[in-house]
Write a protein that binds this ligand. Sequence first.
Ligand code: FMN
Length: 188
Amino acid sequence: MDALDAMQTRRTVGRLVDPAPDDAALARAFQAAVAAPDHKRLRPWRFLVITGDARKQLGGLMAQSLKQRKPDVSSEDMERESGKSLRAPMIITVVAKIDKTASIPEIEQTLATGAATQNLMLALHAQGYGTAWKTGPGSYSQVVRDGLGLASGDQIVGFIYAGSMSAQPPAMAPANWQDYVSAWSGTA
Ligand SMILES: Cc1cc2nc3c(=O)[nH]c(=O)nc-3n(C[C@H](O)[C@H](O)[C@H](O)COP(=O)(O)O)c2cc1C
């Protein structure tokens, strides 16, 4: 699959099943991720690969975070929340390790990590795996950040659910690029 095909055919995959990306596919995907543009080569990206029972622990952290936001949450909703992390055989938590002392603005460090995330997803897709980028309140919650052992400047950019596809995701009409592009010819 060439790069243009990968970019135009990647879709969020709702149902991800075993097997997770193998070591060789992961190595290629991470190599692609760390090739992302990155102002001053700060390399702010970090990737936590979560598989097996560790996913349950992540789910537990998500449920704790929900309980903190909604103290009267039902046990069913707690269970549902903690079960979400089992919806894929692998979750790659992408973290922007923000260097507040750097001359590069924080937003640029976050953007570089977002670019790495997209490279990671495209590289997995090009190798036949499915992915889904998830965030939600849990990704901004202290309980989850602490549970994952993150430092105070670290930001969770996303949880990339990864695995094999049990079915192709439904085709979606592509956005019309003409709706978003215009020429700027300067001011008179
Ligand atoms: C920063 C970011 C956060 C996202 N968070 C979520 C999320 O929490 N839940 C979700 O279902 N999708 C999430 N998505 C995925 C988008 O919903 C998805 O990309 C969009 O629906 C377009 O579908 P596509 O990926 O198939 O093109 C996120 C995407 C980005 C870029």
